[in-house]
Design a protein around this ligand. Structure first.
Ligand SMILES: NC(=O)c1ccc[n+]([C@@H]2O[C@H](COP(=O)([O-])OP(=O)(O)OC[C@H]3O[C@@H](n4cnc5c(N)ncnc54)[C@H](O)[C@@H]3O)[C@@H](O)[C@H]2O)c1
Length: 285
């Protein structure tokens, strides 16, 4: 099996949502441990500049770029600028994503759109901006999309998010087939993390009317679960290791994610309606 260093070492990576949580962990790992030049793209300018400065202090090369993955033209401009300044991209990680809590019928339409535009369209915009040149490149390149264990299961009070991660997984499975069809040397993978320490639930959208208490109680339960999560740095190292080994379904919590996959396969095979949810992670297990 090739090592991370052999596959990615010294190359160029682009990570969206690199200002916090998993994206920041990925940027640190790729730059600090693998000597990659990392384009850290985020809508939060101060956060992404802080990650770049922190890594610079350790001798790693992280270049901050302010970009909103919701903007297809901005993503195309980013791809052109990166290619002109740094050359071909070896690893693209479509990571930016947001959460939403609350019963589906209480979710304000603008919050629904925020999830769809960032979590689904943002991944599409990254693929659309970067893939054409990666397909043309002579060197092998890699595209990861950060989905979630939520891509293979369902749970109440997070419907927009779960829906978006099912969409990302479907999109990336299709992309994998398309890349095989055109015979390009691009490795495509879907990442299904379990709980990773991050700001995702403090930044999650809430609801303003309806059952606000249920939404906020769910947010608190998820924040409590994340207290027992693995670190972003640990998750990043596991993810990149599996990417180097050519896995398509990349997981950070193999036992629980495989159990969720098996449960979903069984549910569909037997055409069973979704059972009441019971978390496999953290305190509520
Ligand atoms: N933390 C977890 O437990 C967990 C589990 C499974 C999957 N994930 C996925 O991991 C990814 C990263 O999430 P995280 O947990 O690190 O969250 P986080 O909130 O800590 O970080 C998300 C980053 O994305 C950035 N971002 C938000 N909207 C953006 C936009 N429009 N354009 C560019 N950047 C934008 C934010 O500024 C932030 O820096 C997401 O796709 C999330 O769904 C997280």
């Amino acid at each position: 099996m090739p090592t991370q260093q052999e596959v990615f070492g010294g190359g160029l990576a682009v990570v969206t949502g690199a200002g916090s949580g998993l994206g920041a962990g990925l940027a640190r790992h790729l730059a600090g441990n693998l000597g990659m030049t990392v384009i850290a793209a985020d809508v939060d300018e101060s956060a992404v500049r802080a990650i770049a400065a922190e890594e610079h202090g350790r001798g790693g090369r992280v270049v901050a770029h302010v970009v909103d993955v919701r903007d297809p033209d901005a993503m195309v401009r980013l791809a052109r600028q990166v290619r002109d300044e740094f050359g071909p991209v070896r690893l693209l990680i479509n990571n930016a994503g947001v959460e939403q809590v609350g019963y589906l019928w209480d979710v304000p339409p603008e919050r629904w759109r925020r999830v769809v535009d960032i979590n689904i369209s943002g991944v599409f915009h990254g693929i659309r901006a970067f893939l054409p040149a990666m397909i043309e490149d002579e060197q092998r390149s890699h595209v990861l999309a950060i989905a979630s264990v939520g891509a293979v299961t369902t749970l109440p009070l997070q419907a927009p998010y779960v829906m978006s991660k099912h969409a990302v997984l479907g999109m990336v499975e299709c992309l994998h087939q398309e890349i095989a069809q055109v015979g390009a040397d691009v490795s495509v993978a879907a990442v299904l993390p379990g709980p990773v320490a991050s700001n995702i639930f403090s930044a999650a959208g809430g609801v303003e009317s309806g059952d606000v208490a249920a939404a906020e109680e769910h947010r608190q339960a998820m924040l409590a679960m994340l207290e027992q999560a693995i670190s972003a740095d640990e998750a990043a190292a596991t993810i990149v290791e599996q990417a180097a080994q050519g896995e398509f379904y990349i997981v950070t919590h193999p036992e629980t994610v495989h159990a969720a996959m098996a449960a979903r396969a069984d549910q569909l095979t037997h055409r069973r309606a979704p059972a009441p949810h019971r978390s496999r992670f953290g305190r509520r297990d």
